[in-house]
Write a protein of this length. Structure first.
Length: 103
């Protein structure tokens, strides 16, 4: 998988911070769906940051620790009861919203 390199053209259109948001946990049959929202500083991007699926578990853990030191990170969770009540897509969006608000 090719390395993803941001060019910051989208972020340049806005005066305030821009965050990226993604979720994990939509596929499993049980458990919560978890989302994170991240605001990167273009001057402090950890070397080797890429799509998590393209990284080894050891590299992901290393980069996570690097990100905690140089990025703003928010986490949101939608519990299994919420998933059952509203469906997995709606629960994923709820988790993402919570992640953004937790920034």
């Amino acid at each position: 998988m090719p390395k993803l390199v941001p060019d910051w053209s989208f972020e340049a259109l806005y005066e305030g911070p821009v965050c990226g948001v993604d979720e994990a946990g939509r596929g499993p049959l049980a458990g919560p769906v978890v989302a994170s929202a991240v605001i990167l500083d273009p001057n402090k991007i950890p070397k080797g940051l890429n799509d998590s699926k393209a990284l080894s578990p050891v590299r992901r853990e290393y980069l996570l620790n690097e990100l905690w030191d140089c990025a703003h990170i928010g986490i949101g969770i939608a519990e299994p009861e919420e998933i059952d009540r509203v469906n997995i897509l709606a629960a994923s969006l709820i988790a993402m919203k919570r992640a953004v608000f937790s920034l």
